[in-house]
Design a protein around this ligand. Structure first.
Ligand code: FE
Ligand code: FE
Length: 175
């Protein structure tokens, strides 16, 4: 018999993957916040760290509602995304450039989460687990809001990063 026989089994499997993903983020986000130079970016990442702790709790509730143990299954995708986040942290570049890179890494994370929560929510809806749908929708909304805020922040940060090049040009002209 396969380990996953029903759509509920698959939902639980997806939730275990997400449980791992969120736990990895609870560890990774403080490092990204520390590496950010823009105060707004720092604050944004720190705020989302708090939300992320809430995402772990909502998954705990979802497991409880479904009557299964809260267990994580290593999310390999998030492992890779966190590794890329570390590359952004370690990027040897002017501050605004590193910030731009950090935003790109953070948005990849949010998009991955949005896809995974959307999938899990659809499974929960199909099997009529309305409470779980609600929990997943709340988190999905917060991931979406975070992604939007990052897009807004990127406008200032990217401009700053680009202004570095024009001040370089000026230096060149003066030489
Ligand atoms: Fe999350
Ligand atoms: Fe997130």
């Amino acid at each position: 018999m396969p380990a996953i026989k029903t759509l509920k089994d698959l939902l639980v499997d997806e939730l275990r993957d997400l449980y791992s993903a969120e736990q990895q983020l609870v560890k990774a986000l403080p490092k990204m916040a520390k590496a950010a130079t823009s105060p707004d970016l720092k604050e944004g990442i720190t705020m989302h760290l708090e939300e992320t702790r809430g995402h772990v709790e909502r998954l705990d509730q979802a497991f409880k509602t479904l009557g299964v143990p809260a267990r994580a299954k290593t999310c390999k995708a998030m492992k890779g995304l966190v590794e890329e986040g570390q590359e952004a942290i370690d990027l040897e570049a002017p501050d605004a450039i590193r910030d731009a890179c950090l935003i790109g890494a953070a948005q990849r994370v949010e998009h991955y989460e949005m896809a995974a929560y959307g999938t899990a929510r659809a499974f929960a809806a199909t099997i009529g687990e309305d409470e779980v749908v609600d929990l997943l929708q709340q988190t999905l909304d917060e991931e979406g809001e975070t992604d939007k805020k990052l897009t807004e922040l990127s406008e200032t940060v990217n401009q700053e990063a680009n202004d570095l090049a024009s001040s370089d040009d000026k230096d060149d002209e003066e030489d």
